[in-house]
Design a protein around this ligand. Structure first.
Ligand SMILES: NC(=O)c1ccc[n+]([C@@H]2O[C@H](COP(=O)([O-])OP(=O)(O)OC[C@H]3O[C@@H](n4cnc5c(N)ncnc54)[C@H](O)[C@@H]3O)[C@@H](O)[C@H]2O)c1
Ligand SMILES: O=C(O)CC[C@@H](O)C(=O)O
Length: 312
């Protein structure tokens, strides 16, 4: 009889994280985006480890009578119904700092890539076209960066882009007086009107979904660049497409989309859009840290507490 707790890994975790699971647990794998496979596999799971692709909702929790722990190897918890899990006595843990440097570096890369048209210029060159004037960019020095959501990642982006000579403004109603030196706090409307580059670093919640829509895009400068490395759906993709086509704003860089995986979008047809497939946390360092953090939390939940009692 198998008495080792079963840990179900439903999204790819780093090899370092997988090896840190050790031999006291039985590790099983499934593709968490394959719903029937997930629902079948979770039935015997004591712990479930996911990243952002697997949706853990009431249906999954209903199918998981033994589940004691859900680990989210990353920051955003919008794919896990934390409230429902907690109500059922299933502990949930994420890795809130594991990938923030990677996400901030990705954001800076996208800001620079957009300002200098790196993606369309490189694509044109691969197709044999040497078009230097077409891809004239803009300098970032002395321009204003608007950070919406000045938490961990927003702050790291602000620090890094300040080194490029950007003035930093931010909007974050939950900050109170805890604003870092050198950053000016503004209302959302003031930020939208003033910033040359706007970067979004919010959790996806009922309050933030659709926060950047038609009216907000209309308030931006026609030269503005918008970057979203937070979550799809915070920026309204239809409204963004219209704003980019009409020249209401100059460009956008998007790492995240309302529906993922997203392999087709009218946005991908626009030269002034730099899309990436949710790569913000995709570095070996971030994946090792995020994976090991949730593995440690899983082992603690499975072995430090008697089965059936909710973990803290
Ligand atoms: N693309 C990626 O791979 C990737 C990687 C890591 C994180 N993320 C996303 O980035 C998000 C932010 O991460 P973080 O670590 O900076 O989180 P955080 O909690 O440290 O910061 C979020 C900030 O947003 C602020 N905020 C909340 N609601 C707001 C609103 N309506 N208007 C303005 N500000 C508001 C909060 O006060 C907080 O300061 C995560 O929730 C996650 O969804 C994406
Ligand atoms: O690694 C991933 O799946 C992305 C994680 C990222 O979006 C996060 O919220 O931490």
């Amino acid at each position: 009889m198998n008495i080792r707790p079963v840990v179900l890994v439903a999204d790819p975790l780093s090899p370092v994280a997988l090896s840190s699971l050790g031999s006291d647990v039985e590790v099983r794998h499934c593709d968490g985006t394959d719903r029937p496979a997930l629902l079948a596999a979770v039935e015997s799971a004591d712990a479930l480890l996911v990243r952002s692709a697997t949706r853990v909702d009431a249906e999954v929790l209903d199918a998981a009578p033994r589940l004691r722990f859900i680990g989210r190897a990353g920051v955003g918890l919008d794919n896990v119904d934390v409230q429902d899990a907690t109500r059922r006595g299933v502990a949930v843990a994420n890795a809130p700092t594991a990938n923030v440097v990677s996400a901030a570096e990705m954001t800076c890369a996208l800001i620079l890539a957009s300002a200098r048209h790196l993606l369309p210029a490189g694509t044109a060159l691969r197709q044999g076209s040497w078009e230097r004037s077409r891809y004239t960019g803009v300098e970032l020095s002395s321009k204003t960066l608007g950070v919406i959501g000045l938490g961990r990642i927003g702050t790291l982006v602000a620090e890094r882009m300040a080194a490029f000579g950007m003035d930093i403004v931010a909007h974050d109603p939950h900050l109170g007086n805890a604003c870092p030196d050198g950053v000016k706090l503004l209302t959302l409307d003031e930020l939208l009107r003033r910033a040359d580059v706007i970067t979004v670093h919010l959790p996806k919640t009922a309050e933030t979904t659709g926060l950047i829509g038609r009216a907000e895009l209309a308030a931006m400068k026609p030269t503005a660049l918008l970057v979203n490395v937070a979550r799809g759906g915070i920026v309204d993709e239809q409204a963004l497409h219209a704003a980019l086509v009409s020249g209401q704003i100059a460009g956008a860089a998007l790492d995240v989309f309302g529906r993922e995986p997203c392999t087709e979008s009218p946005l991908f047809e626009l030269d002034n859009v730099t899309p990436t497939p949710h790569l913000g946390a995709s570095t070996s360092e971030a994946q090792d840290r995020a994976g090991v953090t949730v593995v440690e939390a899983a082992l603690k939940a499975l072995f430090d507490q008697p089965a059936g009692s909710p973990a803290a």
